[in-house]
Design a protein around this ligand. Sequence first.
Ligand SMILES: NC(=O)c1ccc[n+]([C@@H]2O[C@H](COP(=O)([O-])OP(=O)(O)OC[C@H]3O[C@@H](n4cnc5c(N)ncnc54)[C@H](OP(=O)(O)O)[C@@H]3O)[C@@H](O)[C@H]2O)c1
Length: 294
Amino acid sequence: MLTIMGATGNIGSKLADRLLEKNQRVKVIGRSADRLQPFVDRGATAAVGDAGDSDFLSQAFSGSKAVFAMIPPDYAAQDFRQYQNEIGRQIATAIEKSSVSHAVNLSSHGADLSDKTGPIKGLRDQEQRLNQLDAVDILHLRPTFFMENMLMNIDMIKNMGINGGHIRGDLPFAMIATEDIAEVAAQHLLELNFSGKTVRDLLGPRDISMEEVTRIIGEKIGKPDLPYVHFSREEYINGLLQAGLAKDMAEQLAELDAGINDRLFGSGEPRTQENRTSTDFKQFADFFAQVYQS
Ligand SMILES: NC(=O)c1ccc[n+]([C@@H]2O[C@H](COP(=O)([O-])OP(=O)(O)OC[C@H]3O[C@@H](n4cnc5c(N)ncnc54)[C@H](OP(=O)(O)O)[C@@H]3O)[C@@H](O)[C@H]2O)c1
């Protein structure tokens, strides 16, 4: 049995699809039986519950040879790193108590850095926590900035006629499609070809700037003159607060974007066979346009 956390999310859903296509025994974890039902209809077992409950997670993991582990984002958390560490402890306890021999842990590019990385700091904590588990082989996937993050800007594009953020418009940086992360996770879960504690960066096909991203999106949605606006830290945080994010989360995301602007991580890294993935933003933009029009 292969068990997937976050099975209704960006990566987990595509990972579940791939493993079910390969006729694997799959267990999908989430908080809603209804949202998991499409996977159950295709043969998966559902485990419905909250990742903050280690008894639930231990039960969900038991009988699995391998798990895909991730800390789901909670944009309302008052202290995001503390929230990540609480969930992270439940995951580590559940892995330890269950019979799991291999875990693919969703971390992030930048998790090698101890500071100035915003929400990635909690993922670094989790890597270090899981590395203490002696009996389990663990691969930490470190994907860069998701192309899917652009979907959160759809309301801004529709209501304000701009694309914008705190990342500098002219700075090329690494972006990845979540389907490519799912593909890599699926390969590792099928082959269990990792041992000890290892990491793998995933950087997408090339660096790309927000100005180019905005041009591509604009052309796909019939707004070729869509501008990219570089918000100051204050403007960006205020926008996120208005969108309902907790103050700490907004500040963490601003810190992450400042880290990208300062080229602490995420840009200028050479691609290798190991870290390069194939989907270009131009391909992702077709999906963006579909969501935009729907
Ligand atoms: N965005 C980026 O650029 C980026 C880059 C690198 C790493 N990351 C990391 O990637 C992860 C997010 O991955 P994603 O985008 O695939 O996830 P996502 O689309 O945000 O999905 C989250 C999943 O977790 C489930 N979930 C939420 N809260 C839960 C809870 N309390 N208990 C159990 N399940 C819960 C959700 O399902 P239900 O709602 O159905 O329960 C959903 O399936 C985060 O850890 C983030 O830090 C993000």
